[in-house]
Write a protein that binds this ligand. Sequence first.
Ligand code: CAO
Length: 466
Amino acid sequence: MRQEVIVPEVAENVEEGRIISVLVREGEPVAVDQPLVELETDKAVVSIPSPGEGKVSRIRVKEGDTVHVGDPLLDLEDGTSGRPGPVEPETHIEEEKTPPATAGTTPEAAPPPAAEATPGAQAPPEPEATRAAAPSEEAPAPAPEERPEASPAGPDPEATPERPPLSGPASPSVRRLARELGADLHEVQGSGREGRISEEDVKRHVRAQQGGRRAPERVSGRAPPARKPLPDLSRWGPVHREKLNRVREVTAETMARAWATIPQVTHRERADVTDLEAFRRRWNEGRKGVTKLTSTVVLVKAVAAALRAFPRFNAVYDEETRELVVRDYVHVAVAVDTPHGLLVPVIRDVDRKGLVALAEELDDLARRTRDRRMDPAELEGGGFTVSNLGGIGGTDFSPIVYPPQVAILGVSRAAMEPRWDGTVFVPRLALPLALTYDHRVIDGAEAARFLRWLVEALEEPLRLAL
Ligand code: CAO
């Protein structure tokens, strides 16, 4: 029996990656979970484990190739599948429609039927990488478009003579983006292989509609790019081009989407952290050789308490049902500046951990993130982000909400300033805080109350214990 191994979804919003190394050779026997290839995604380098055992009959990729979720990696022959494969249902259905010429299949070698992979089937546990990608975390109620049957692979139940089937496969994140932007996926022409619809295709379609232009006609092959051509900068002097790495490519996409789709407002405060900083310094001086209590970790802890007091700030807005999906857990994401670009790992259950344990955890997580040794799953599930640029400098900045979260705290450099104590001006250390929030679901007054609460907690930390 032949089993086609495909690129699984290794993390939320990760659509593609680059093959760094192929770890097996044709003819080689492999065991379940044996690493097959190393894939560099926008976030991390992950190895893709074998979903079953068997002999590698054909390798379909080579180092340097860019592959997308659902693309074939290699074929296993005579394999006993340990599980349906490290993929989500939709990806299996895409496999079904792979033309025989591509798949090189015989009837016996056909990929597993979609039913094997439907959520109702008794599928064995998914591998780590697939679990990390489970969209349920951010989309607890899958939309109709996300149902496997909506795939263009088989008969599309939503297709009618007036409403044609999808031009090609679309991943859950693309479907989610289409919902967020109010685009009908059935009208979007995919530019990928076999009409695969990408986030860019959806945005191009929306831009075309908003510009009063018709979306590109549905024709086979790649849709024409809608981007305005760049001016030729070399007319005014020498230039060179630098390719964005995956982290920066994805940051560009995510930030553009956040900016375009979330009406956001930034509310500002300054916290008097004179006493807090004096305590932190005394604490650190008395404990040489152990992890320091950093300003970031103190902020993360205070934010966790604020999220318990104001749970709407720890929610996701479900546009489809017009509900807030409020998290009952407190996982705080922390922006980390790395040589590869901005990454945002998540500390889990911050409200249930002590400051010293959190300091150790953040120190370790930030180090591993900078080296890209973190697990992609550690970048997921955050309910609110803290972005502290104070170690670098700046008096203020406006952070951008990191979707699907609804708020983010930006922290700039603390500086001494005169404060009126009712009688005289006294020198105090002021920490600039900027809370950006999604104004669709959070009102200005709520944001002001949230930030005031946080300021008071930082100025009188005993409040946190009360
Ligand atoms: N005000 C004044 N000083 C500050 C400060 C602040 N808000 N935040 C940190 N500092 C100080 C620290 O106390 C430290 O000084 P000491 O060595 O004397 O203690 C120094 O600046 C360096 O701190 P740091 O930046 O390493 O602080 P940290 O360990 O608390 O932060 C981390 C960890 C991961 C937040 C940080 O390394 C980082 O990557 N920051 C950048 C985040 C970023 O890029 N955000 C932008 C996202 S895009 O919107």
